[in-house]
Design a protein around this ligand. Structure first.
Ligand code: AKG
Ligand code: MN
Length: 202
């Protein structure tokens, strides 16, 4: 397990105050497009509203939370109880976990239906994730840009990492402490995208 990770340290991106690794063409064991369509059909997607600055909106994407029974999570002001693993998700979890040399007990899925869906800048720093969480983010479908912005250092420019079909991005160490990330809307139409972030709730 750890051997694989050590052999691929060239995947680490040279970013101050962060530990990010990028792996293109991650092997999911099945065709990525088939898997994506299966997940779009099978996953029990939720559309929720969130209240920000006193105004209530529908979140601009669908999401779902799967995990071990004890893995409840406070996310965007919602208390999430995990749905039971389905075969497709437990199989990808095993592959991602072996690749990263880390355990995961849950996955947050986000479904960006088209170019208008997005995710605001945030860091995954909820206390249930522990101090230096390892978060493994696997993308399928349309390429969207993962934007990163340092929380304090204005000398560091925001970064834009395109995440294409079957790309695995692993965030470790102090990444969540120092950086925010998000996915902007696009002006030009694009196809659907799925993102799965595997997490360990402690
Ligand atoms: O869609 C993405 O690539 C980012 C997802 C994300 O940041 C999250 O689920 O917390
Ligand atoms: Mn996030």
């Amino acid at each position: 397990m750890a051997g694989l990770f050590n052999e691929q340290t060239d995947a680490r991106l040279p970013i101050d105050d962060a530990h990010l690794e990028l792996f293109e063409d991650f092997d999911c064991g099945v065709d990525a497009n088939v898997l994506m369509n299966r997940l779009i059909d099978k996953v029990d997607w939720r559309e929720e509203s969130i209240t920000l600055f006193g105004k209530t909106h529908l979140q601009p994407r669908l999401f779902a939370w799967y995990g071990d029974e004890q893995a409840s999570y406070q996310y965007s002001g919602l208390a999430l109880e995990p749905l039971a693993w389905i075969d497709e998700l437990s199989d990808i979890k095993r592959r991602v976990s072996e690749h990263c040399g880390a355990e995961f007990n849950s996955v947050l899925l986000n479904y960006y239906r088209n170019h208008r869906d997005s995710m605001g800048m945030h860091s995954d720093d909820e206390k249930e994730l522990g101090r230096e969480p390892i978060i493994a983010s696997l993308s399928f479908g349309a390429t969207r840009v993962f934007k990163l912005k340092h929380k304090r250092r204005i000398d560091l420019k925001p970064l834009r990492i395109p995440l294409s079909n079957s790309t695995l991005l692993v965030m470790r160490g102090k990444t969540q402490q120092y950086w925010k990330h998000g996915i902007d809307k696009l002006s030009a139409p694009c196809g659907p995208r799925l993102n799965l972030t595997f997490r360990q709730i402690v």
